[in-house]
Structure formats: structure tokens, C-alpha cells
Design a protein around this ligand. Structure first.
Ligand code: AR6
Length: 174
């Protein structure tokens, strides 16, 4: 599904042939489980070595490294908020993850970017709410900047992909 520079697919983000994939990291940038673990496994040990030189990274911010053995030449590591009920600035911090990752991509002259669903796994951010923030921030960014050609949301499950598709369709008509 494609809509105004946004594509939504189901799959493994480590296989994406885009200029940069985004990693849902933690503040240490030294790896972990989930998509972070998958990216480090696929990229190989040089990614961890570079991460040691660019971390730590505060929640809501992003850092860029090479992609090493990945098909994508760059990885943008962003640190999502841990869900604590929604009254601890989680929405603003998650929006900041998307904005800072998109900004880093344009600063590096990249034109295609793929995001996982940041914070919705181990960090337990509710999917619907996170998805509205992800798509809202990205649509706004794409309207204001013409440097990025396509942003792909890579959903790990078909159920997640359907949520993204439904919410993008809702946002596109409103
Ligand atoms: N490709 C695309 N999406 C994936 C993949 C993959 N290969 N693997 C998992 N997902 P999570 P978070 C999805 O837990 O909630 C790590 O330990 C997954 O189904 O990876 O931001 C870090 O080091 C979910 O939809 O990230 C941090 O400590 C989404 O990616 C912490 O987890 C995000 O789930 C970050 O937690």
C-alpha cells in the first residue's frame, strides 16, 4: 500500500533495501532484543563497535551509523519511550523519535527510509496510539520537506500491518 510517499508492508526490516533502516534502540545503543537484536545480528559486530562511539542516546533522540552487512547502507538508531500509562510525556517523546530520525535522514541526503513500530514491543506503547503518531509525524514531515522520496513502515505481523493501513486510510480522508 502506497499513499503520498508512505508505504506499509509486513516483513523483516533487516531485509529492506532502502538508504536507511531505523532501529528501535535503548539509551545505551549497545543492542538488545526485538528489532534491535535482529538488526545487530544481521549487521554484524562492526555495528556494535560504531555504536560504542556514538552512544548513549537520550529518549526521543536519534543517531546515525553505517549498516555494515545490512542491505541498507545506514542505520538510524532512535530511542522510544517506555509506556507508563500515557501521562509521562510518552506521546511527545515518540513524536520526537520520528521527527529526529526523519531530520537525520534528510541531513544525510537520504531519500528512502524504513521504520519499525517504535516502542510497541518491549516498551508496550499501545499500537493504535503509536501508529497515529508515527503516521502523523511522517505525513507532516513529507508535506514540509521534499528531500525524502519514500518512507516505508515495516510491520512485523499482518495484524500490525492492518492497523497501520486502517489508520493511514483514516488520516488520508480527514
Ligand atoms: N523487523 C521489523 N519489526 C520487528 C522485527 C524485525 N526484524 N523484530 C521485531 N519487530 P521492540 P521497543 C517489531 O520490542 O518496543 C529492545 O530490547 C516488534 O514486533 O523491538 O521500542 C531494545 O534494545 C514490534 O512491533 O522495540 C530496547 O531495550 C516493534 O518491532 C527495547 O527493546 C518494536 O518492538 C525497545 O523496545
Amino acid at each position: 500500500m502506497k499513499e503520498g510517499g508512505i508505504a506499509i508492508v509486513q516483513g523483516d526490516i533487516t531485509r529492506m533495501k532502502v538508504d536507511a533502516i531505523v532501529n528501535a534502540a535503548n539509551t545505551s545503543l549497545l543492542g538488545g532484543g526485538g528489532v534491535d537484536g535482529a538488526i545487530h545480528r544481521a549487521a554484524g559486530p562492526q555495528l556494535l563497535a560504531e555504536c560504542r562511539t556514538v552512544g548513549p542516546c537520550p529518549t526521543g533522540e536519534s543517531r546515525i551509523t553505517g549498516g555494515y552487512r545490512l542491505p541498507a547502507p545506514y542505520v538510524i538508531h532512535t530511542v522510544g519511550p517506555v509506556w507508563q500509562g500515557g501521562a509521562h510525556g510518552e506521546d511527545q517523546l515518540l513524536a520526537s523519535c520520528y521527527r529526529s530520525a526523519l531530520r537525520l535522514a534528510t541531513e544525510h541526503g537520504l531519500s528512502t527510509l524504513a521504520f519499525p513500530s517504535i516502542s510497541t514491543g518491549a516498551y508496550r506503547f499501545p499500537l493504535d496510539r503509536a501508529c497515529r503518531i508515527a503516521l502523523g509525524e511522517t505525513l507532516r514531515f513529507l508535506r514540509e520537506e521534499d528531500s525524502l522520496a519514500e518512507v516505508t513502515f515495516v510491520c512485523f505481523t499482518a495484524a500490525d500491518r492492518e492497523v497501520y493501513r486502517r489508520i493511514l486510510a483514516e488520516m488520508s480522508v480527514s
